[in-house]
Ligand binder design. Structure first.
Ligand SMILES: [Zn+2]
Length: 256
């Protein structure tokens, strides 16, 4: 089984345009043997979207999951700057509509106090948080998480399951930051394939803490599946990374 733990529906703001945009991505996923796509909105790709934009983005993901119930699983995007609205949105999307994870992008860094209530709720609901993180050569955005910020969140909330996005953005330094925290895994998205990077993540974290994720439509299915298929891994390690780890973290919510 192959599960793409990290994908977005597209760039369109209108639902029907988004549906049209998502269709070829889904076709590409199927063509590369991907069984499930974990889809999250980024609410019109704004750093700190208003609550209505957040709900609209999540509604689009719910619609796409309803369109493709055997292929798409929704993650709930929230903006931690609006803590009450974020918790209400988790209630609406995760508790009532069975979304399977929570997506955090760059409204707040992972170590921001406003993320704490969300981390606690995720632990109670036993759903993973997919947290954007990067070490950018030119410097991160003002509220953009580094892997060290993710490590700080993980240390404070050992019961919260965190998947740090973007192995290629974290690099060796980012892997060292999160390695001590077994509640943190990493997805392999971010950047073009780099020889040895997936193997390095397996050495530093173990194969059970590395997950396949494309960040589609930013990266293609071919390039990202190639990151795993081109890595020197055992069959067991490859199966864990491609799908078994994600299936474990998503517990009973696949196909629910
Ligand atoms: Zn992403």
């Amino acid at each position: 089984m192959i599960i793409d733990f990290h994908a977005h529906p597209g760039y369109s703001e209108n639902l029907n345009a988004l549906r049209a945009e998502f269709r070829p991505a889904l076709r590409a996923a199927k063509h590369h043997g991907v069984d499930w796509i974990c889809l999250s909105s980024l609410a019109d790709w704004k750093e700190s979207p208003a609550p209505a934009q957040v709900r609209k983005g999540n509604d689009a993901v719910l619609a796409l999951a309803a369109d493709h119930p055997e292929e798409v699983i929704g993650f709930c995007y929230v903006n931690p700057r609006q803590t009450d609205e974020a918790l209400a949105e988790i209630e609406r999307c995760v508790v009532q509509r069975r979304m399977a994870g929570i997506k955090l992008w760059q409204a707040c860094a992972a170590n921001d106090a406003r993320v704490e209530a969300i981390a606690k709720r995720a632990a109670e609901l036993k759903v993973p948080i997919l947290q954007h993180a990067w070490y950018k050569t030119g410097g991160n955005g003002a509220n953009e998480s580094t892997p060290a910020n993710v490590a700080a969140l993980a240390a404070k909330h050992p019961e919260t399951i965190i998947v740090m996005a973007h192995l290629t953005g974290a690099g060796e330094r980012g892997l060292a930051d999160v390695a001590p925290y077994p509640n943190v895994s990493v997805d392999i998205s971010g950047g073009e394939p780099e020889a040895g990077m997936v193997e390095l993540a397996v050495r530093r974290l173990g194969a059970r803490r590395v997950l396949f994720g494309t960040d589609s439509p930013i990266r293609s299915y071919g390039a990202t599946v190639g990151k795993v298929m081109g890595a020197r891994l055992t069959v067991r390690q490859r199966n864990l990374i491609l799908g078994e780890n994600a299936r474990r973290l998503l517990a009973g919510r696949l196909g629910a």
